[in-house]
Write a protein that binds this ligand. Structure first.
Ligand code: NDP
Length: 279
């Protein structure tokens, strides 16, 4: 593949694995369009794909990778254990099934998709994850949508700290407290729905900064995430947006502009509440 050299920085996780800070998310990319969309993302330069069993499109991600000519070590692939698959044996089976759909012998990062505290299986699931990493089926293990008490429990019980916690995070949900908890524990923050699924893009503060800088609102929000240290993987099926979202490494927001975006926080979620969501 003749893709441009990528300018995306890597971030070192607490187990030494390196993750590209900007990736491409495929939630709600229809399965039949996934191979073509991910191929376009590879052509633009993305080398990190965020999928999940429940998105139904792991096979399309695998198809795009295998057609790309890229080396396995050139692409960072994340997938996630769905809620119904939680439990020690079932989580192990679930990763093996994901690998079959992806046609890979390992992923780079495997995540517990939601804690589902009502079912109380996330601790057993985490114990399985520790073994899956030892077995080489995933290079790194992490969690998603975990609250501080869920993090505390798995770390206290197993002594193994997740490498990342992937949580909803955007200018309307800045997650200051959780980010501090992550920093204290050496967990990297991954921001899902980094654009709040488009909801923040008409915000006056954001459009004002975009105008000042001659950038798009999407680029301003992604730049804020990157400068705040978050790992992000915006989703788009629109070719111009796929490209636009990748062109965020040739400008900086000032401290004042970063603080203005921080100040938009209003605790607003576009997705479910992790304390109660069962899927
Ligand atoms: P995003 O915040 O990435 O927003 C995606 C939406 O914004 C789409 O409607 C897209 O439209 C539009 N969009 C994308 N780029 C631009 C742009 N530059 N200008 C204007 N509009 C734009 O939402 P997602 O919910 O998809 O989150 C991203 C990824 O996070 C997911 O794909 C998934 O990988 C992950 N995620 C994880 C969750 C978890 O529980 N762990 C939950 C939700 C998401 P269009 O496609 O039509 O171009």
């Amino acid at each position: 593949m003749s893709a441009p050299a990528t300018s995306v920085p890597n971030i070192a996780l607490n187990d030494g694995v390196e993750i590209p800070q900007l990736g491409f998310g495929v939630f709600q990319v229809p399965p039949e369009d996934t191979a073509e969309t991910v191929t376009r993302a590879f052509e633009v330069g993305y080398r990190h794909i965020d999928t999940a069993k429940v998105y139904g499109n792991e096979a399309g991600v695998g198809d795009a990778f295998h057609a790309s000519g890229l080396g396995r070590e050139d692409v960072f692939v994340t997938t996630k254990c769905w809620n119904a698959d939680q439990g020690f044996d079932s989580a192990k089976q679930a990763l093996k099934a994901s690998l079959e759909r992806l046609r890979l012998d390992h992923v780079d990062l495997y995540l517990i998709h939601w804690p589902v505290p009502a079912k109380d299986r996330y601790l057993d699931t985490w114990k399985a994850f520790v073994e899956l990493k030892d077995e080489g089926l995933t290079r790194s293990i992490g969690v998603s949508n975990f609250q501080p008490d869920h993090l505390r429990r798995i770390v206290d019980e197993t002594g193994v700290t997740p490498s990342v916690n992937q949580v909803e995070l955007h200018p309307y949900l800045v997650q200051q407290g959780l980010r501090r908890e992550h920093a204290d524990r050496g967990i990297v923050t991954e921001a899902w729905s980094p654009l709040a699924q488009g909801e923040v893009l008409g915000d006056e503060t954001i459009t004002g900064i975009a105008q000042e800088l001659g950038r798009t609102p999407g680029q301003v929000v992604l730049r804020w995430h990157l400068q705040r240290g978050n790992v992000v993987f915006p989703k788009s099926v629109t070719p111009e947006r796929i490209k636009e979202n990748f062109e965020v490494f040739d400008f900086d927001l000032s401290e004042e502009q970063l603080s203005a975006l921080d100040g938009l926080d209003r605790g607003h979620r576009v997705g479910p509440d992790p304390d109660v969501f069962v899927g």
